[in-house]
Design a protein around this ligand. Structure first.
Ligand code: ADP
Ligand code: MG
Length: 693
């Protein structure tokens, strides 16, 4: 249960004095429904209202505070014209300008003849001074409520700075004094104030520097959030360790048979990764391991060996892929190897319906299938296993955390291996998994050639098409990728269709087309014609992004490369450079490019190291953008910014780990304070893992 001391923090903003339903709705749109959401909405700048010139001396464009007398109300002649209120001091007059005004309200706010203190930005309209929608209008006796320096916040339409400022003050007044949860020596070293004092200070900047993320105040708040994140992950992990796993004692017979059937030798990285996984499987703790490897580094084979280890012990294993195409491809790779090992293999995807599906489901439940490859179809409730021991989840960033766990619950003590071809930066990985075990495939399989990457403006499309024609004549297979901009799939597909027609006309040969709107069978046909038939050129949307393997493909053109994320470009480019022949990737861009866009394309040109690309992407764009974090199951932070608070994340990880070793139930005084911290950042679920939660 949430501790009582935090109740005011999690009350709805409607409960704040001066916040009505309407304002609460706006605040919710801006930050969220609770007082806490407001507290986390930190200022982005300051305005200085201490300048109090006369009207004549008020500099246009500047924020000023004026002492005025109200002279007259001048309603607009039509409803669309602004409502003006003429005011003056000894040196001159100025108009206060209101659009969509409520005259009754303005009459009350600014009665003719009254004195008012007015603050806002002065503008010139012709040669007259005016102020549109002043930030503050108060009677002289309330002049001190217009503080000299006021924080500026991000707003939303309909919400004024004044409304937000009032609500914020009310919210801050409710913030309780909370016991210190941080380690005393860290607090001393960083010169941090307590939580409440830091929060108040963060909302009361006095200089422009005070809103920087690097101030002690902001770092403290960021650290609160990061520690809550790391502690929660640590608790989940401890809990998982507590659940019984199973020890798979195998003789390596089937894995050996599969290795013998491979047309190549395993790379050193693959061997190491498999050894690490085998050790996890033998141990009676549950495995939760990430197999991270650049595109084409050969993860599938490693996954297969892990799965065969389960089968050797008489249990079952499942491999889940994010797309139909990829599931089929995994199935095709695994099929001959499974046959060599004498293992019963099945494929289950969304395409299996009716009787076929029912039969498959029955076989899985009966244990008549040892190994199954599939898509999310594997998650469905009626899919049961006789004895699932190993679950492999490929390209996991496309699945939610929830889905990941669902597969693991389809057996007892299931060992889970997640594979990702997206080299998630270490920092992001830590926030999503904490101290997860990681195996990395660093070497590419022998014989891979580097890809020659070029950036070309789209004005030079004709040259690129001519180059593609030469490559096709020389027998190359070429991918031509058109971007998908989620909002309008239809328009995107239309662009791909246009490009296909244009290329067919320009090259005088058939061009294939692959996009998400095609029927499954049509996709298969297009893919097969390209992979095995004589089709030389395939226009595709990003459906080819994940894992499709056509070793003969050596050229890729990516249109509007500037619209893609770096991780995505890297994934796409990984489709080529898989065979013996040298490969070329052309990044076509629409200029002019901004500085960041230019830097990003340059990184792609300069390196093929996925981990470096991911780190640079994080640095250039911030964590929120990398991987499209929201869909990816990666956590997002309100106070911490991983591009600047990385050092704090590492401290938080060590802090959480050391602390949980000493006080895994959070019972010491600091442990009790940390419970409050977990609730403060809504990690209630993690607290439930505590025996005395
Ligand atoms: P990933 O899933 O990591 O992108 P895959 O597992 O799909 O990579 O492997 C890519 C290709 O490399 C496949 O055709 C696979 O058969 C091949 N491959 C895997 N391991 C090796 C190896 N050790 N030597 C040569 N080729 C390999
Ligand atoms: Mg793969």
């Amino acid at each position: 249960m949430r501790p009582q001391i935090l109740f005011p923090v999690f009350a709805s903003t409607v409960a704040l004095p001066g916040v009505g339903k309407q304002a609460a709705r706006l605040l919710e749109r801006l930050a969220g429904p609770a007082v806490a959401d407001l507290l986390w909405h930190l200022p982005t700048g300051i305005v200085d209202r201490s300048h109090m010139p006369t009207v004549r001396d008020a500099p246009p464009g500047a924020i000023v505070t004026l002492a005025l007398t109200v002279d007259a109300h001048l309603p607009g002649r039509t409803p669309r014209r602004p409502y003006k209120v003429r005011c003056s001091d000894d040196t001159g007059f100025l108009h206060l300008v209101y659009f969509n005004a409520h005259p009754d309200y303005l009459q009350k706010l600014l009665p003719v003849g009254a004195q008012r203190i007015v603050s806002g930005r002065v503008e010139l309209f012709g040669d007259e001074r005016q102020m549109t929608h002043p930030d503050h209008v108060v009677p002289p006796e309330e002049a001190d409520t217009i503080s000299g320096i006021e924080p500026v916040y991000g707003l939303t339409t309909g919400l004024t700075l004044r409304m937000l400022g009032k609500a914020m003050q009310a919210a801050l007044a409710r913030a309780p004094e909370l016991g210190e949860w941080h380690d005393a020596s860290l607090v001393a070293r960083e010169r941090w104030a307590g939580w409440r004092a830091s929060l108040l200070a963060a909302h009361a900047p006095v200089g422009a520097d005070d809103v920087a993320p690097t101030t002690a105040v902001r770092r403290r708040l960021a650290y609160d959030e990061l520690l809550a994140n790391q502690l929660a992950l640590g608790l989940v992990r401890l809990n998982q360790r507590r659940l019984p796993g199973r020890s798979l004692q195998s003789d390596g017979r089937l894995a050996g048979a599969a290795i013998a059937a491979l047309p190549f030798a395993l790379t050193g990285s693959q061997q190491t990764a498999f050894a690490e996984i085998a050790a996890d499987l033998t141990s009676d703790r549950r495995m939760l391991r990430l197999l991270q490897g650049d595109v084409g580094s050969g993860k599938t084979v490693v996954a297969l060996l892990a799965m065969l280890t389960a089968v050797e012990c008489g249990a079952q294993a499942a491999l889940m892929a994010p797309t139909e195409i990829l599931a089929r491809q995994h199935f095709a790779t695994i099929e001959p190897l499974a046959a060599a090992a004498g293992v019963r293999l099945a494929l289950l995807t969304g395409r299996d319906k009716g009787k076929t599906r029912a039969a498959l489901v029955e076989q899985l439940a009966a244990g008549a299938v040892d190994l199954v490859v599939g898509t999310h179809a594997l998650f469905q409730e009626d899919v049961e296993f006789r004895d699932l021991a190993v679950a492999v989840i490929d390209e996991q960033h496309r699945f939610g955390v929830h889905q990941r766990l669902t597969l693991a619950t389809k057996g007892k003590g299931v060992d889970v291996l997640v594979m990702t071809a997206t080299p998630i930066p270490r920092t992001l990985m830590m926030t999503a998994y904490g101290d997860l075990d990681v195996s990395r495939l660093r070497e590419k399989p022998a014989g891979r050639k580097p890809v020659d990457t070029r950036t070309v403006p789209v004005d030079r499309l004709d040259e690129v098409v001519a180059g593609v024609a030469r490559q096709l004549t020389a027998g190359a297979k070429v991918y031509w990728v058109c971007p998908l901009v989620e909002e309008s799939e239809l328009i995107d597909v239309a662009a791909a269709v246009d490009r296909q027609r244009h290329l067919e006309a320009a090259l005088g040969m058939p061009v294939g087309l692959l996009h998400g709107r095609l029927k499954a069978a049509e996709k298969d046909r297009a893919m097969a014609a390209f992979a095995e038939g004589d089709l030389g050129l395939l226009v595709a949307t990003t459906v080819i992004e994940v894992g499709v393997d056509v070793p003969a493909a050596t050229v890729m053109v990516i249109e509007h490369a500037e619209r893609f994320g770096l991780a995505q470009l890297h994934q796409l480019r990984g489709r080529i450079g898989r065979g013996e022949r040298p490969s070329t990737c052309v990044l076509l861009y629409q200029g002019p490019l901004g500085e960041t866009a230019r830097a990003r394309l340059e990184i792609m040109r300069d390196t093929e190291d996925g981990f470096r690309i991911a780190e640079e992407d994080l640095r250039l764009r911030g964590a929120g953008e990398v991987l499209g974090t929201r869909q990816s199951g990666m956590p997002t932070f309100k106070l911490a910014d991983l591009t600047v608070h990385r050092d704090l994340l590492e401290i938080a990880r060590d802090d959480a780990r050391l602390f949980l070793e000493r006080d895994p139930e959070l019972t010491t005084p600091r442990g009790q304070a940390l419970r409050v911290l977990l609730y403060l950042f809504e990690r209630d679920a993690a607290v439930r893992y505590l025996r005395s939660g």
